[in-house]
Design a protein. Structure first.
Length: 618
């Protein structure tokens, strides 16, 4: 265990390297730093351009990615190759996002419902981590251009409700973009830090962070005790924001002009112009009382009072979420000491007024709501750099701790820089029928393959009762106490068999050794991630081969001879792709095999249902 100021980051921190703060947003992303002279946080921008970089990736015909404003131009003209809102997919399986499948205009792979989603563009497959890494790489490039110095260390923000997998996916994206991610910080925590809330070493305060962006709404209730942030509750709506407000104006105009939306959809250019004018009207009404424009020879106008009537129910929904968040935190509105406004849509005076009235006090809105999260990330970065000496330094883990998963991959349970004490748990299962033991190997380090990390311990959880593969539930808990002792518990939940070991990570490592391990991980990040993607594709392919072969043996009678041949060919092709170690080819063949087997998998399901019904009297 180590103090931040003297460990991990240190070697290079003493060289006063710039650590940037990054807000990796759903719609827009940006980078901020603490200005070396004014010591104030500033968002980086090129001359008079905006600090906001649209979180959009467009792939050209050769598969080369372009990020930002340039990519955004293709949203309408080339939707299949233009990826927006990749953040919504981070760390998610298709099952998780299937309800909002209609929202995406690009291809989200949906065959293996428990696997992590992938996006297909042409013949290439990208994970949300890959897509986010393109955005982060662009931000890194811009920052280096503006600052005229290499940028390798960053603090990245994520929503407070992100789970471990989503946080890890964000870390990985940073690593893949060549960034050493010193800390993942909650967006509401960052916004509070930008207002200087929580920078006092002592005392307790409760904060509500109200974040209404372009497409999402989040409310977080935080408690800060002696400089330590605790998320008491979060609430919100993942599909509520400025876009809905624009739509309310469009609907109003269409009703005024008696235009049928179905007719309008046939002239996409006109629809797009109306959409852009609606956003323009909304922004204008934040500072004036009415708006008027001419589109296609027709005058479109709206007054502030009409506008406020239109968005009343949208604002009402956000206030309902605030009520829920308070209830979950077991607080009432009067117990909130400060309210922080985040997101472009909080510029609307009616929004500010409603929030202030609900909480019964004025809101903090003096900082640009589009930049406040990134600015706070820069404040956090500065604290990590050791420049803000007043800030409390907490005990943290210098290196990540995790276990080996299929294919020799490192799965991180406790990411480096986590505060201690900490406890993290995750569930695993078996992959062979009747498997009676499971080997648990504990590693420390930042590389993607365990062979490049430090093995701390290994044990076998034995006595798992015979069950089909995938049925046992093995819960692995990592408990890291304040003295740096790691207790690893493995328990099969159905049978209750359990094993516990204690290990002492990092205690015998010098700062130089820790620094070297970090350096290695950054230098090998790109190669490691490629390898990880290949191992994951190979594991997925091998599992599919096994399942399909088993299915063929069991259900051959349901298949036509032609289907048997087609399946055999698809199996062979996948097997060959696995042997060739080509990630995209493996994924293409997984897709192809799934396509081939889908019809008779459904038939087998019908049979199973019929069989089950036969025995019952109905
Ligand atoms: P964000 O996701 O935080 O970048 O939020 C962007 C949203 O804020 C978009 O829906 C914008 O249309 C909206 N927005 C930006 N400026 C204003 C403004 N002056 N008044 C109202 N909404 C705005």
């Amino acid at each position: 265990m180590a103090k931040i100021g003297i460990n991990i980051a240190t070697g290079s921190l003493q060289k006063a390297e710039m650590i940037v703060g990054i807000d990796l947003g759903t719609t827009n992303s940006l980078v901020a730093i603490i200005h070396p002279e004014t010591k104030q946080p500033v968002a980086l921008k090129e001359h008079d351009s905006s600090s906001l970089v649209p979180s959009v990736v467009h792939f050209d015909v050769f598969g080369n990615p372009e990020v930002g404003q340039g990519a955004k131009r293709y949203l309408e003209s080339d939707p299949a190759n233009t990826i927006f809102s990749a953040k919504r997919l981070m760390g998610k399986s298709y099952k998780d996002v299937s309800q909002s499948a209609g929202y995406f205009t690009y291809k989200v792979i949906d065959d293996n419902t428990d696997a992590l989603v992938k996006v297909q563009v042409g013949s290439s497959f990208y994970s949300p981590t890959d897509l986010s890494s393109f955005i982060l790489a662009e931000l890194k490039k811009r920052a280096e251009h503006i600052l005229k110095t290499p940028v390798t260390k960053a603090v990245i923000t994520v929503p407070a409700y992100f789970n471990d997998a989503q946080r890890q996916a964000t870390r990985d994206a940073g690593k893949l973009a060549g960034l050493d991610v010193l800390r993942i910080v909650n967006e509401p925590t960052a916004a509070s830090l930008a207002y200087g809330l929580g920078l006092e070493k002592e005392g307790e305060t409760t904060i509500a962070v109200y974040d209404l962006g372009g497409g999402t709404f989040d409310i977080s209730i935080l408690k800060i005790t002696d400089g330590v942030f605790d998320v008491l509750s979060t609430n919100g709506d993942t599909y509520l924001g400025g876009d809905d407000i624009d739509r309310a104006i469009i609907d109003y105009w269409l009703a005024q002009k008696s235009i049928d939306i179905k007719v309008l959809q046939k002239s996409p250019n006109l629809l797009q112009t109306i959409r852009l004018s609606a956003e323009e009207a909304k922004k204008a009404l934040s500072s004036s009382d009415q708006f008027e424009t001419t589109i296609d020879g027709q005058v479109y106008q709206i007054t502030k009072s009409v506008f406020e009537g239109l968005i009343d129910s949208i604002i009402g929904k956000t206030i309902d979420c605030c009520k829920n968040a308070l209830a979950d935190a077991k607080l009432n509105a009067g117990q909130i000491d400060s309210i922080v406004m985040v997101g472009g849509s909080t510029r609307i005076p009616a929004v500010k007024a409603a929030v202030a009235s609900f909480f019964g006090k004025p809101v903090n809105d003096s900082i640009n709501p589009d930049e406040v999260v990134a600015l706070g990330a820069a404040v956090q970065a500065d604290i990590l750099a050791g420049n803000n000496k007043d800030f409390l330094l907490l005990d943290i883990t210098p290196l990540s701790l995790g276990i080996e998963t299929m294919g020799g991959l490192m799965e991180v349970l406790v990411p480096r820089n986590s505060k201690v004490p900490t406890q993290v748990g995750r569930q695993y299962t078996t992959h062979v029928d009747g498997q009676s033991s499971m080997r648990v190997s504990v590693y420390q380090g930042e590389r993607d393959l365990v062979k490049d990390n430090r093995k701390l311990a290994e044990f076998n959880l034995t006595g798992i009762p015979g069950m089909p593969a995938g049925l046992p539930k093995v819960d692995i808990q990592f408990l890291l106490n304040a003295d740096g002792i790691l207790v690893v518990k493995a328990k099969e939940l159905r049978s209750g068999v359990e094993q516990i070991i204690e290990v002492k990570p990092a205690l015998d490592l010098t700062d130089d050794q820790v620094e070297k391990m970090l350096q290695d991980s950054i230098e090998n990040a790109a190669a490691d991630m490629v390898l990880r993607a290949l191992v994951e594709a190979r594991t997925e392919g091998e599992q599919l081969l096994a399942v399909t072969e088993k299915f063929m043996v069991k259900h051959q009678s349901l298949l036509t001879p032609d289907e048997v041949t087609q399946t055999a060919l698809a199996l062979q092709a996948l097997q060959l792709a696995i042997t060739m170690e080509d990630k995209n080819l493996i994924q293409t063949k997984i897709e192809a095999l799934n396509e081939t087997t889908r019809p008779f998998a459904e038939r087998a399901m019908d049979e199973a249902v019929k069989g089950a019904l036969k025995g019952k009297s109905i």
